[in-house]
Design a protein around this ligand. Sequence first.
Ligand code: GAL
Length: 846
Amino acid sequence: MTQQIPTTVETARTVKREEFGAPASDPHRFAFNNGWWFTPTWADELRDAKAALTTPERWGLVAARLPHTVREHPIDSFSEREYQVVSGYLRAFTLAPEHEGKTVRLVLDGVAQHTTLFCNGQLVGTHACGYTAAQYDLTQHLDWGAENVISVRVDARAELDQPPFGGVVDYMTFGGIYREAWLDVRNPQHLETLQVSADGDGSLVVKATLSAKSDDENLVVVSLRMLDGSEIARASAPVVGVQAIVELVAKEAQRWSPASPTLHEVSVRLVQGDTVIDERRKRIGFRTVHWDGQGLRINSETVALRGLNRHQSWPYLGYAAPARAQRLDADILHRELACTVVRTSHYPQSHHFLDRCDELGLLVVTEIPGWQHIGGDTWKRQAVENTSDMVSQWHHHPSIIAWGVRINESADDDELYAETNAVARALDPTRPTTGVRNFAGSNLLEDVYAFNDFSHTGENAGVKAKGTVTPELNAGYFVSEHTGHMFPTKAEDDEAHRVAHALRHARVTSDAAAQPGVAGAIGWSMFDYATQRDFGSGDRICHHGVLDLFRGPKLAAALYASQGDADRFGPVLVPASAMHGGDHAGGNFGDTIVFTNADAVRLFRDDTFVAAFEPSPLFPGLAHPPVVIDDLIGDQLAADPEVPKVLRNDIKATLMDVARYGLEALPAPSRDRLQALLESEDFSMELGTRLFTRYLGAWGDRAAAWRFEAVLDGNTVARVTRGPAEQLRLIADADTQHLVDAQTWDLATIRLRLVDEHGATQHYARRTVHLELDGDAELVGPHDVPLAGGAAGTYVRTIGRGGTATLRATVAGAEPVEISFVLEHPVLDSAVEARRGINAPEGTYS
Ligand code: GAL
């Protein structure tokens, strides 16, 4: 059977987002994202929002919805000082009558970087971390039955005495209330904290703490459900003091594993007599995580770590992207790049991202915020608090396989790290701790040694021997970063550079996988990211990604994509070369690398079969090593009447060497071989030139099209052609055409790419894509985006309306592309204008 699959270098595998799975909802939480007012300039008078909201224009207040960034920025070349401001967010609301007398708290999931919160003019609290959630108890400040106001002072300056600040930081830290907000409304007696551990043997332990002691008889009832809501186990325990520990073993629970990531929902209820006083729900997975000197096992199966580091930033939006875009990144990592792991460098990231990792079986290493620098006492206290917040707020995600409890690449500080380890272990005894070093011989207070191994130079071994990095050979070990700044690679760099970048990722990934005792390697980084002035290429961008800023794949992405088995992920066939000699010094393009998960690659020049090639033996750690095509002639000379049989092998070797090195730079043995040929009567320079043009040359009548075919189990499963471009085509690939503006705004990601008629990216096309959007949505960023490396991107966001929208993308030389969007708006009708004092529709408090 011959299956024709149009597979191109850069669009080898792009995913469409499925509709959201439903992470467990909390019946006592109301979305609180709409109806905010924002000013980039905080003034102390804004503490009392009531007065300010009567004259919003006087304070420069504009309507805002969360997630929100203090400043939308250009794609590159902007200063971090632009977002390092103290800004203000104000909001009015009236409580629903049935909420009177309850405990009312405001939960802010993520605010960059320091928060001071006021309710009705009074200080409620502060939070000194830009990456963990904070909860503010408003109860005693509220006016029941009247309008209430909240003001949030958001400090995004780098002078803050909290992680990650104090030294330099290689990423922009942005500003704003950039994750969602919730109003949490519960009975005064409620479940204050929950710790949920679900083991691979089906045992579940729930530790619940009550808000206060009471004389009533309280029971905590735990119900374990399938995601369709059907209950499969139930247990309860009385509250003793303020704590209840409920344990059960669920025989029917299905295990969670990377290959089969089955999730369950646990509902925890506080019950007095027949009355349910409070309820919390979590989505969980049953699995056992075990690291040791051999590597990582999940439910006793060895798992090889192959992945990338992720920052949480986007072009234009900084940190402020809603659920769909967060989830898309997990889809890209797992389904496009076949990664088994992601490291959320260098801070805990959105629950939407983690929820999707849980659903996909994509493993996660997360860590406390920080970058190399350790500050003074206040700073260290905050790092310890961040550890506790990270573990308590993220512990229900089964995808997390280790807690990073050290500041990334910091020096040893045994006192501090003894404390962070103790905090993490007390809160979650089931999962190991780790910490990322950039030097050998660090004191290991954690369970797992993580090492940023940047030792590969392109010529040497991919990774260091574990024993030269740590004497702790019985401890788990993995490479937490590699490549990155060692070989910055822009999407628009020339082919040789892009190939070298991809091969570095291949070498490190292979050598880490092949070394016993090394659980795997996580490359730096998933995509190019905005950085501060001390880093980057002078444009405030670290071009370290295997994807570009818009998540468009560079060549190195193909190395990752090709590691996924074809039966699970589909066939991958990505020739590393566009087969244009003119992109290479001397016109010599040398060996051609092909990234594929097939058994073999067959090469055709035009329609003539050249040869078949198998994966290279030089990458023994890779499931699917790249194929190296070192012969563009094959057996064709046998049928050529001009080629004497006795000279055939020497002529072929000479032609290939000329293609590889150029006539002037032939190495000594090939020069000698050519000399010997020239001394024979049956060979001449003219014949050589004729044969070169016939089989290898790519000009005049012989401008060649090279066809690659991936062969799997004897079948051709993919075909790719590389040759001269005659026609251009613009691809606009949207992750969704159906946006839902419900609890907050929604965002579609559109990846743009200019290709030729064979699907090959036009890397050097210097053109601008012009974007127009009509309808009930809005374009994020400019209307004109330049192609870089043949690719660009854009975003479409909802604006609180239902309806339709059409995006039209045009570029010179190609047909325009249109994408239509359906915009669903199930909850609010015109809520984007700040509507003050309106009670909550279901699920929201807007
Ligand atoms: C590492 C660091 C990363 C990033 C990377 C660049 O040292 O941990 O945050 O800066 O280098 O390669």
